[in-house]
Every structure is written in C-alpha cells, then in structure tokens.
Design a binder for this molecule. Structure first.
Ligand code: THU
Length: 142
C-alpha cells in the first residue's frame, strides 16, 4: 500500500502495472517493465515498455502509460506506479521523469517489484528544480 495514494486506487494501479509488464515488447533487453498512471479524471491507464531493433527508439513503460492516458484525453496525472521484474524497486529513468513532470509535477511515484520491497516518493523529489511548461507558457500551470 501507499501513504500517498488511496489504498483502493493503489491496489488497482499495482495490478494494472503488473499486467502491463506481461504485455511489454522487450525482446532485446528481456526486461519487461509495466507502469500505471492515475489520471486527473480518476481513470487508470497502463503501459509496458516497447523496444525497437533500433535500440535508441525504445520507449519505457512509464511513457507508454502516460501517452496512453494523454491519447484518451487526460491532461493531468495524480500518481504513477512502476513495476520491474527485480528484487529491488526501480525509480523511473530521467527521460520519464521529465515526461511525467509535464502532466504530473506533484504526482506520487510508487515503485514495486517481485519482493515486498517498495519505493514511494514524489516526482518533485525525483526531479527537483524541474524545467516545465510554465517556463514557456506563463500561467499555464503552477
Ligand atoms: N525501462 C522502462 O520501461 N522503465 C524504466 O524505468 C527503466 C527502463 C525499459 C527500457 C528498456 O526497454 C528496458 O527497460 C531496459 O532498459
């Protein structure tokens, strides 16, 4: 469970993230990651990492989940859960932190794995002094 995300939502986010990992496309790294975002409407969206033979084009699970939410019309994120098939929880990569900041600068971030170990934090902690939309469009946010 989480101290930042309501329990009933957190349970659903964790399940969605684990299920998304099972659908990841990761034939090169074999590292199947899943993510789930709790969007502004209250809906949950999942996504797994999608790799490419041109390795630099690989898309992390977090960004797949964010873009799925955005494609559905969401514009804000309240929380993200990341599942990695590891013994220790994994925080989102730097690129994903920046993308998450665009829509959820105050989002809760929970990382879960194959043990009971978990990492709970916020995007502000993971990406301090972030560069965001308000720098380019005054009054757009915050
Ligand atoms: N990956 C994610 O999906 N999320 C992370 O937070 C870290 C890394 C993916 C990218 C790539 O497909 C594979 O894991 C190995 O880096």
């Amino acid at each position: 469970m989480s101290t930042l995300i309501p329990n009933r939502v957190c349970t659903r986010l964790e399940k969605t993230a684990r299920e998304a990992a099972a659908r990841a496309y990761a034939p090169y790294s074999k590292f199947r990651v899943g993510a789930a975002v709790w969007a502004g409407s209250g809906k949950i969206y999942g996504g797994g990492n999608v790799e490419n033979a041109s390795y630099g084009l690989c898309n992390c699970a977090e960004r797949t989940a964010v873009f799925t939410a955005l494609a559905a019309g969401e514009r804000t994120l309240k929380a993200v859960v990341v599942y990695t098939p590891t013994a220790k929880p994994t925080a989102p990569c730097g690129a994903c932190r920046q993308v998450l900041n665009e829509f959820g600068p105050s989002a809760a971030v929970l990382s879960i794995c194959d043990t009971s170990a978990r990492l709970e934090t916020t995007l502000e902690s993971l990406l301090p002094m972030a560069f965001g939309p308000e720098r380019l469009v005054p009054g757009m946010r915050r």
